[in-house]
Design a protein around this ligand. Sequence first.
Ligand SMILES: C[S@@+](CC[C@H](N)C(=O)[O-])C[C@H]1O[C@@H](n2cnc3c(N)ncnc32)[C@H](O)[C@@H]1O
Length: 338
Amino acid sequence: MAPVRRSTRLATKPRSHPYNYGPCPSRPISNGIHFYTTPVKKKRYRKPIVNAIDPEDDESAWAVMPKIIPSLKFSPYKWKDPAHKPTGFSGPSWPPTSAEQLINVDIKLEDLGTHREREAFFAKHGDLVKDDCLGKYCWQNTEWSSEFLCAKDFDGRAVCDHTFSEWNQGCARWETRFEIRAVADMGHGLYSKWNWKKGDVLGAYLGELIPTMPQNTDYVHQVKVGPAFSKSGAQVAYVDARECGNFARFANHSCDNNAIFEEMRVGNERVLALRAVKAIAVGEQVSVDYGDDYFKERRCLCGTPKCKYAKTDIPAPAVALAKKKNGRDTLKVGLVAL
Ligand SMILES: C[S@@+](CC[C@H](N)C(=O)[O-])C[C@H]1O[C@@H](n2cnc3c(N)ncnc32)[C@H](O)[C@@H]1O
């Protein structure tokens, strides 16, 4: 293997604390405590389903907080079927033992298909391949030294010391930058405690990496897997944050969204990053665009002047995560986007 030339650039230092914690429209779920570790009686989170898809169900519905996980959850047994193996998978065995084996970028020019595909790839990802990875955005990473450096090998391949799990660990102190708050008729939402610039990466979307689309797609995002990820028709997997996830799974939809989910790179691994597309001020709700498909059968409650889906003849989505007492989900249609 070609020797790795290390960049001399130092990791970006986190910015100083802005602390003018602005007005938020609703009460926080917890004050400075991890909301998910706060011992609360289930009854406290019991909420009526507003605009329930099944109006019979409002009596039995209750909202559930998910398990908060520090990195992608991965269960090898769910990947046993050889049909899920991405073409050209180069891991040590099948099924893989970690999510990282599946989402490895390992960018090589010869893997990028035709000339036209290569050109398109570099037009889109060129900066990421030639430049440093998202590791520099690991803004909570106050204790780490600058020894995590990005570099390129002599073939111009992206190489660096960042790994997805380390990056996730660095992002784990999310509650210093975000707060989960109750939002009328939408369950909960993600609020910023930080002034973000346009283009800032707020963190990764975490959940369970599964090979097939689950029935309830409300918290599901599609990601490309395997070495052929840059080619059209690349195999895909799904990150499902319904049962377990991180702060990013609370991002609600707005037709005037200030963030997007975008596939990016940390080290040689793919990350579904939450990225600001506008400046986001302290106290603002972080929102993304769920896309036309999601609102085909739903009414949007974003209430912005730019709202595209405020049709009155369609019911608004039921409060997310609502379950029937018998354990069956109430939500059928959902969000799959990238
Ligand atoms: C990815 S989750 C967002 C977090 C969710 N609010 C929660 O409390 O867990 C998507 C769900 O949030 C609700 N939601 C988000 N944005 C919405 C919008 N603009 N209008 C109506 N419902 C929305 C819907 O119930 C949707 O199924």
